[in-house]
Design a protein around this ligand. Structure first.
Ligand code: 26W
Length: 815
């Protein structure tokens, strides 16, 4: 790693090992004899962090000096996972670190695993933000992430008697080695109160309460470590000091109460995923981090420029879903009330600066807040939203839209006045709006944003998601990485399309054999983890069939478990048949209030208990539910999978990103024509991905008709048998009540169309059974998946955002 900064050049000429030992003694305060794995982890992390700081300061100075356009990624969620291996890798220190740890008789994996996952997110949206941080640094974008430093990330999932139980998560209990507290970077965030206007009409908001937002920074190094960006997370603190009078009066509890109230804002991540969160605290969290971030980026802007007229030329802000959509009225408020701009000018500047990404079309996930709550907490913002709606109305009339249509797409419906609709607000206030896959973007235009799209036909564009090849190939799959690098060199690490060069080897017997040996070793690593965590012993000749993601009806884990039961029945009916052994692996969290999702977890565990203990079945079928799915677990599961389940009801999964990680690591996909599966099909070709079921149009048509599943069930004895067994207690120790809701859901409404897709899903699974038996053919397809997934690098995605949305400079790819 180059030492660039004069004033730190002399600071560490020592080897990595020497600085680890120095940190062990002087930062951790222990000697070798008493250090445990976590102590070593902290010492090593601090030694690595030291080496990131130079590139960090250097990057900051370079961006400032060149006045490089800055990009701010505002996200309620960052699903980062562990950072040590990522940073070692990007800085080129991994092998030196491994050699050193071995020289100290330490197990490398144990030391790396001593770090807690930073799980400050729910799922796909948060993980995408983490991949984007890595890719912005790698592609040299002057990017900064802004979010919340939740004291407690997503809950820990325990499984008791087959049911999900939520336990508190405490990732910070031993500290966070990567962060720098910035006590001097602090903003007052107001809530409530009232607004006054002076004789010139200038408004002043007088909040009735306020909290402080304090910054914590994490350096984010790109590949090869010389561009280092910042992830800045806000922590809430009581405004002013604890009230000493109250304290002296002996009422410590009252004094402490104020502090506790203020700090609740960054206390815990909301674990709802696609569920409406009509909660005051959630709205405050959104305002808290959005307002702090805007103030912070404007302060930085004023270091270079003396007025905000050209803000959009130098700054691009990306809103990750509507969670930071309050940025629209907040930026206008700052421009008007703090800097004296008139409304029209403030709106214009805002619309040159903000951009909005939509991540879901599910109606229940589109954020809206009661107008009354807004009035209470954000009286000035509500006034501004009304002004935005007024200006929008005039624009719409000019463009010839009809009153009814306009009412439907304003932020607040002018006659109903009940909700503030954040999607509409974000759309109206942004320069560009994007979806996250081609199909999703098309459906945005046709459905939720239809009328807004008619009005602004150039605003919606597509940016198909991607994943970082550093974490999701290089680090999680060292065996495959080495094999690939041996063949084509290591240029693929930051130019993933180079993987194409292994395509000719897909039919090479020797390469197939080596590729499949790597897969076998990864399957063994996966099987070891399953054994440790669940006690179930897996047959590694079986197809490892994996579905890992949040538990949700639209993702259809229940279709997978119904197929599993049908397969169990088929094997039992013919135990001596020539069955291709299979292992069904599930993992994922259910939102705590989402009963049906929790029932699906229970059903999976109930089925596992029966199947895994049935002597007729033996090794032919095993079912596993792994508790507490997180990023670190995905890093083991994905490289060890043969088959990736991407079986959402077509039209409902905006993109998916797990689908990309699996295919990159050589799992074949069984999936619907949904989200980015559609583009994966285009890239890997129809013979190498296994698409079944209805497409989005057919699903919509069937939902529209309210077609009932009963007719179909009648014609399918296999499915009928499965339903009967679930109802008669076959999997629930005779309890005929447990799955009553489940059965009525599937047999009566079946909103997510499990029944009509079941047969084609089953057929495709049996086709895959047969294919797996033709091991050369399977290997060829597997290799072609890896070779053709290069386009799905998040480096490609970020360059595309930089060109088409942010108009921000970046390094181009390739040699
Ligand atoms: C209001 C509560 C709430 C919370 C989170 C509503 C919606 C969300 C997210 C939009 C859910 C989410 O994570 N969406 C996922 O985003 C990924 C990244 O773009 C996509 O790959 C997934 O398909 C999409 O479900």
């Amino acid at each position: 790693m180059p030492h660039k900064i004069d004033d730190t050049r002399e600071l560490h000429e020592d080897s990595l090992g020497e600085s680890v030992l120095r940190h062990l003694i002087y930062s951790v305060g222990k000697d070798k004899a008493h250090a445990d794995a976590r102590d070593w982890n902290v010492a090593l992390s601090l030694a690595v962090r030291d080496r990131m700081v130079e590139g960090w300061i250097d990057t900051t100075r370079r961006i400032y000096k060149n006045k490089q356009k800055r990009v701010y990624y505002l996200s309620m969620e960052f699903m980062i996972g562990r950072m040590l291996e990522d940073n070692l890798t990007n800085l080129g220190l991994l092998s030196e670190a491994k050699t050193f740890l071995k020289s100290q008789n330490l197990d490398v994996t144990t030391v790396i695993n001593a770090e807690q996952d930073a799980a400050l997110g729910n799922g796909g949206l948060g993980r995408l933000a983490a991949c984007f941080m890595d890719s912005m640094a790698t592609t040299g974008v002057a990017g900064m992430g802004y979010g919340i430093r939740y004291q407690h990330g997503i809950f820990r999932q325990a499984v008791e008697d087959g049911w999900q139980v939520e336990e508190p998560e405490d990732w910070l209990f031993a500290g966070n080695s990567w962060e720098f507290r910035r006590p001097e970077v602090v903003y007052e965030i107001g809530f409530g109160g009232h607004v006054t206007h002076d004789e010139d009409g200038k408004a002043t908001w007088h909040p009735s309460e306020s909290v402080q937002a304090v910054a914590f920074d994490m350096p984010i190094a790109g590949w090869e470590g010389d561009h280092v960006n910042t992830l800045r997370l806000w922590s809430a603190r009581q405004s002013g000091m604890m009230n000493l009078d109250t304290f002296n009066d002996g009422d410590f509890m009252a004094a402490a109460r104020q502090q506790v109230l203020a700090e609740t804002i960054s206390k815990v991540l909301y674990p709802g995923d696609h569920t409406p969160q009509g909660r005051e605290l959630r709205l405050k969290q959104e305002v808290f981090f959005t307002s702090a971030s805007l103030h912070d980026l404007l302060r930085r802007f004023f270091a270079n420029y003396d007025n905000l007229d050209t803000l959009g030329d130098h700054v691009a802000v990306q809103l990750n879903d509507t969670h930071p959509a309050i940025a629209v009225p907040e930026l206008i408020r700052i421009l008007m009330d703090d800097h004296g701009y008139d409304f029209d000018h403030a709106l214009k500047i805002t619309r040159e600066t903000l951009h909005y990404t939509n991540h879901t079309l599910l109606p229940e996930a589109l954020e809206k807040w009661p107008r009354d709550l807004f009035e209470q907490i954000l009286p000035r913002h509500l006034q501004i939203i009304n002004m935005i709606d007024g200006a929008f109305y005039r624009e719409a009339i000019e463009k010839g839209l009809d009153h009814h249509i306009i009412a439907g797409i304003q932020a607040i419906h002018p006659h109903q006045q009940d909700w503030v609709r954040m999607g509409n607000l974000a759309f109206i206030g942004s320069r560009k709006v994007n979806g996250v896959s081609a199909l999703h973007t098309e459906l945005m235009k046709q459905t939720v944003f239809h009328d807004l799209h008619t009005m602004y036909p150039d605003k919606i564009i597509n940016q198909t998601n991607g994943v970082t090849p550093r974490r999701w190939l290089l680090e999680c799959n060292p065996g495959l990485s080495d094999l690939v690098t041996e063949q084509i060199g290591d240029g693929w690490i930051d130019d993933l399309e180079q993987l194409k060069e292994i395509e000719p080897l897909a039919t090479d017997a020797d390469f197939q054999q080596r590729y499949m040996a790597v897969k076998a070793a990864n399957k063994q690593r996966l099987a070891d983890m399953v054994k440790t965590r669940t006690g179930v012993i897996l047959n590694s000749d079986a197809i490892f069939d994996v579905q890992i993601k949040r538990i949700h009806e639209y993702k259809r884990q229940h279709m997978n478990i119904l197929e599993t039961i049908a397969l169990y029945n088929a094997i039992k009916a013919n135990p001596d048949g020539d069955w291709q052994p299979r292992v069904k692996i599930f993992a994922g969290k259910a939102a705590p209030s989402y009963f049906f999702a929790k029932l699906i977890i229970k059903l999976i565990n109930d089925v596992a208990k029966v199947v895994n203990n049935d002597p007729d079945i033996g090794d032919k079928l095993k079912v596993v539910f792994l508790p507490n799915y997180n990023v670190s677990m995905a890093e083991i599961l994905i490289p060890g999978a043969d088959l990736s389940e991407q079986i959402s009801t077509a039209g409902f999964e905006a993109s998916g990103t797990g689908n990309m990680k699996f295919a990159l690591n050589g799992a074949l996909t069984i999936g619907t024509l949904d989200g980015a599966n559609v583009e994966m099909l285009e890239h890997v070709d129809a013979e190498n991905i296994f698409i079944f079921g209805m497409n989005a149009d057919e699903v919509a048509e069937r939902q529209h008709r309210r077609a009932r599943p009963s007719e179909i069930i009648k014609t399918s004895p296999a499915l009928q048998q499965v339903m009967t067994q679930i109802g008669d207690g076959t999997f629930s120790d005779g309890d005929t009540d447990r799955y009553r809701d489940f059965l009525s859901n599937v047999t009566e409404h079946d909103y997510f169309q499990v029944v009509p897709d079941f047969q084609s899903y089953w057929d495709m699974q049996r086709h895959l059974d047969a294919l797996y038996g033709q091991s050369e053919k399977w290997a060829e397809k597997t290799i072609l998946n890896t070779a053709r997934m290069g386009w799905f690098s998040s480096d490609r995605t970020i360059r595309s955002y930089a060109d088409q949305i942010w108009r921000a400079p970046h390094k181009t790819s390739g040699p």
